[in-house]
Ligand binder design. Structure first.
Ligand code: RFL
Length: 392
């Protein structure tokens, strides 16, 4: 089997790329390990930057998002010293987020791609990409029945996340810059309406707690937990008690409780692959760079990179102009490192660095307090925050 471009993974990166290539008349196919029902159910990100919305708008992929997404532009920080709010649409570049659950975006992108006649194979797992330096690289995969399938391509776009086949197929020259913050968050979805009209970031001696709206019925919460905590370790009662305590509900108002319908432990790790191009293998999205969820950058970068990669591949394949493809890695890496830097700063704003014996040093704790104080009191710092929080 063959296609000009074989795209691994039907997440935001792979599906934006697939939609754009298919519309430009480039022969492509998407191979996706999961089935369609699983993709529709996989709740992850929710905060889309204005740049992301502009990209999706430009290509007629934003109908669902405009119908059902909601604008969002406030965050609230809670500590032992009280709380303060930043209305970031009035700061920095004056940009806001659109809250639209990632699984809804993925469903829209899938519908649009398939309706336009795009080729996609569900329940098909890529194992390896071979001959990335040759004329016709090959993807070894297995289909829904488990039988091996081989796809030949001119280019392979690795949009299959951090544990996908693209990462496994990197040549020895690829560098993966990795950082582990040594911190973990229990990520929760509660069947409950949002408890405040803002993203809530709470810093407490028990650890960080976060609140992020998703839909009127579903809210995401995060609770910092010890590394290695199994997702099921805490009872629902214990979870709500910790959320109440860390979000200081007694002081600032109760949280709307509901059943916990999803739990994942996220280790706050991040990495960047450099470069993003290895011959005919090109990386985008989490396959290119993993970010912590601290600043909601991952899905936004995935969309940005997919648009750049689509334009570069169209230039190369349809017009024989390889300049944009040659520049793809360098261009994306500038955005990636900026996003990594801001996400890193967010982690340091919300946590003191852990030490080998677990307790953060009082010095690091002092720095964390100073960061938050600067954000509360300095307009320049608030503008910088707003620009980086929503921008790319
Ligand atoms: P995805 O979405 O992981 O899609 C990759 C797809 O590839 C498939 N796959 C394979 N297919 C074939 N063969 C293989 N060998 C394969 N291996 C994997 C997978 O089934 C999947 O369908 O990657 P993509 O497209 O790069 O998109 C990245 C985003 O999903 C990710 O960065 C965000 O979800 C990160 N993130 C957030 N980003 C934001 O911008 N805003 C947020 O508010 C936000 N919240 C979050 C998040 C990530 C979270 N998790 C998962 C840690 C909240 C959470 C809890």
């Amino acid at each position: 089997r063959s296609a000009e471009v074989v795209i691994l993974g039907a997440g935001p990166a792979g599906l934006v790329l697939g939609n754009l290539l298919h519309r430009a008349g480039i022969d492509c196919v998407v191979l996706e390990r999961a089935d369609r029902a699983r993709l529709h159910a996989r709740a992850r990100a929710g905060f889309l930057a204005e740049h992301t919305v502009r990209v999706l708008d430009r290509h007629g992929l934003a109908d669902g998002l405009h119908r059902r997404g909601r604008p969002h532009a406030t965050c609230e920080f809670r500590t032992g010293d009280g709380r303060f709010r930043l209305d970031y649409a009035g700061l920095g570049r004056g940009e806001r987020h659109t809250v639209y659950p990632q699984q809804h975006l993925v469903a829209d992108l899938l519908t649009s791609y398939l309706a336009a006649g795009g080729r996609l194979h569900f329940a098909t797992e890529a194992h390896r990409v071979l001959d990335t330096d040759g004329e016709r690289p090959t993807v070894e995969a297995s289909g829904p029945d488990g039988r091996p399938v081989r796809w030949r391509a001119r280019y392979v776009a690795g949009c299959d996340g951090r544990h996908g086949a693209a990462r496994r197929s990197l040549p020895p020259g690829a560098v993966v810059h990795h950082h582990d913050h040594g911190l973990s968050w229990l990520g929760l979805l509660a069947e409950a309406p949002p408890s405040l009209d803002a993203v809530g970031y709470a810093v407490h001696e028990h650890g960080f707690a976060g609140h992020m709206a998703r839909t009127p019925e579903i809210t995401r919460y995060y609770l910092q937990c010890d590394r290695g905590t199994p997702p099921e370790a805490w009872s629902e009662e214990h979870i709500w008690r910790e959320l109440d305590l860390r979000m200081r509900a007694a002081e600032h108002g109760p949280l709307h409780r509901g059943s916990i319908v999803q739990r994942t432990v996220v280790d706050l790790e991040c990495d960047v692959v450099e470069p993003l191009r290895h011959g005919a293998l090109l990386l985008a999205g989490d396959a290119a760079s993993l970010l912590t969820p601290s600043a909601a950058k991952g899905a936004n970068l995935a969309v940005l990179e997919a648009e750049l990669l689509a334009a570069a591949l169209v230039d190369e394949i349809a017009h024989g102009d390889g300049r944009a493809l040659d520049g793809y890695s360098g261009r994306c890496l500038e955005y990636i490192w900026r996003a990594q830097e801001f996400s890193h700063w967010m982690v340091r704003l919300l946590h003191a660095a852990p030490t080998p014996h677990g307790v953060p040093s009082s010095f690091d704790e002092g720095l964390r307090r100073a960061r938050l104080a600067a954000l509360r009191t300095s307009r320049a710092q608030q503008d910088w925050f707003a620009e980086n929080y929503v921008g790319l």
